[in-house]
Design a protein around this ligand. Structure first.
Ligand SMILES: [Zn+2]
Length: 308
């Protein structure tokens, strides 16, 4: 991975940096673009909420739908109508806030074909209630703009445990339970394509089940925290003590993510879902140094819109 160009687009008050992967990365059959790399649901200037997209032969597989995922796909140059599969790792708002919005907005962008969604309960109920909540707009656009009915396009699959999720001509997807209490179940997903294997950890404390899932993978995208900075992060909120205990118990430090990557024997560890997401005192060098303490492969500090 190598960043060969960097352009800045201004959109309203927000600026988003676009990172393009190397020419060789873009020529891959199976591409991975980080859409949002900041942990936590609070909207920030510095990074979007967790989401990734894997692209293979003009088919988009989106993993997690943090706030802004549809717009991040637009910034990444991914046509929304190519959305085919959506995977939710767990039902926390930084991972699912725009689950329904992504599908709804993709439909307004021309989506007319089947979308399968995969994730923990209550995904079916969430999907049904989302369509119910937005019935007025959906029915108006069907009658006024001639769009196809939306709800029949969406096929929801609730995942309950470890094992095979789906496969098509491009990828084989496997889920593994990870440890992110009290959110149960929470999953990591592995995508095996002919040219590379990619694992997305979701949120988890250090997980041996994730080690098993990630064994020998080319790329592991792992959520990370930087424990010394958690006090500064929680100092902004009234529920500081509870929030700190929750973060420390349910997430993985960058050093531990390195240990897990080493134990699993992955080639490249991509740090993402940063907690804290926007502390200027925690530099890229500090994240790298932590992850490299126990991992001898290559480490990438994830950025929004970075192609890996
Ligand atoms: Zn979470």
């Amino acid at each position: 991975m190598r960043t060969i160009s960097r352009r800045t687009f201004l959109a309203g008050a927000a600026a988003a940096a676009i990172h393009r992967g190397s020419a060789s990365a873009q020529n891959r059959i199976t591409r991975l673009i980080l859409l949002g790399t900041g942990g936590g649901p609070r909207p920030r200037k510095s990074s979007s909420a967790p989401a990734q997209v894997i692209l293979c032969k003009d088919v988009a597989y989106v993993i997690d739908c943090g706030n802004g995922v549809a717009r991040q796909l637009a910034f990444a140059g991914v046509p929304l109508a190519t959305l085919r599969h959506v995977f939710i790792t767990h039902q926390h708002s930084d991972h699912n806030a725009d689950y329904g919005n992504l599908i709804w907005l993709a439909w307004t962008a021309g989506l007319r074909s089947q979308v399968d969604t995969w994730g923990p309960r209550p995904l079916k109920k969430m999907t049904a209630l989302f369509f119910e909540m937005n019935k007025y707009d959906i029915e108006t656009r069907i009658s006024d703009e001639g769009r196809v009915p939306l709800a029949p396009l969406v096929h929801v699959h609730e995942i309950r445990g470890d094992g095979a999720v789906m496969s098509d001509g491009n990828v084989k997807v496997t889920a593994a339970l990870v440890d992110h209490p009290p959110v149960v179940p929470a999953f990591a997903y592995r995508f095996d394509a002919p040219d590379r294997s990619i694992v997305i950890s979701g949120d988890t404390s250090p997980s041996q089940n994730l080690v098993r899932l990630a064994r020998g993978a080319d790329v592991l995208v792992h959520s990370v925290m930087y424990p010394p900075a958690i006090d500064r992060l929680v100092a902004r909120v009234p529920n500081a003590a509870t929030l700190k205990a929750s973060i420390l118990a349910h997430q993985t430090s960058a050093e531990e993510a390195g240990r897990i990557a080493q134990e699993a024997g992955v080639k490249t560890l991509v740090l993402s879902h940063f907690v804290p997401p926007d502390d200027p005192e925690v530099t890229d060098g500090m994240w790298l140094e932590s992850a490299r303490r126990q991992f001898r492969g290559s480490v990438i500090v994830g950025k929004d819109l970075l192609e890996v």
